[in-house]
Design a protein around this ligand. Sequence first.
Ligand code: GRF
Length: 210
Amino acid sequence: MKRILILISGRGSNLQAIVQRCADEAWPAQVVAVISNRPGAEGLGFAAARGIPTAMLDHRGFASREAFDDELSHLIDGFAPDLVVLAGFMRILGDGFVARYAGRLLNIHPSLLPAFAGLQTHRRAIEAGCKLAGATVHFVTPTLDHGPIVAQASVPVLADDTPETLSDRVLAAEHRMYPEAVRWFVEDELRVSEGGVVHHRLGISQLFCG
Ligand code: GRF
């Protein structure tokens, strides 16, 4: 039974998708805790209602990034997770934290990486005239939004899209892809090559098309 811990900062719709699929498909896994760095994050209520332990660690109470990361690691390690899932966790984690969870720290980013790392991805994709947009699940490494790519989902960019309409379309794809990628991890289906390329053990496509 793999132990999954999920970090959030807000709405938590990806968290919900993962918890739901884990239960519906009886994965050999359990979501053991949800931790938010923001008080009042909506996702905490969802987790608590499902009987999942929750915690809140407000980064604003810490003098430095390292001090926050240290306390967060301490909290995380108390749940002994096999996998830490960042699901809308809007806080940059320091190198020490990333090294501590290397190979068992996943993130989802709302763009087709390596394009549009960072913020405002949907607006930037529209302004660049992209015809495709999407989201990427990747292992976290010290460089922001740059780790080995586990899966990608693509959706079309429509002529009248706004950042909001595009974001809705991408988010729906995220909800299909992220639980699948987490399932691959807990079922030991992922292989990372020396060069940092992630393969599915069974050669299954890691692309989700909208
Ligand atoms: C998602 O778009 C995710 O890609 C990004 O933050 C958003 C989180 O949404 N990292 P939610 O909290 O899972 O609803």
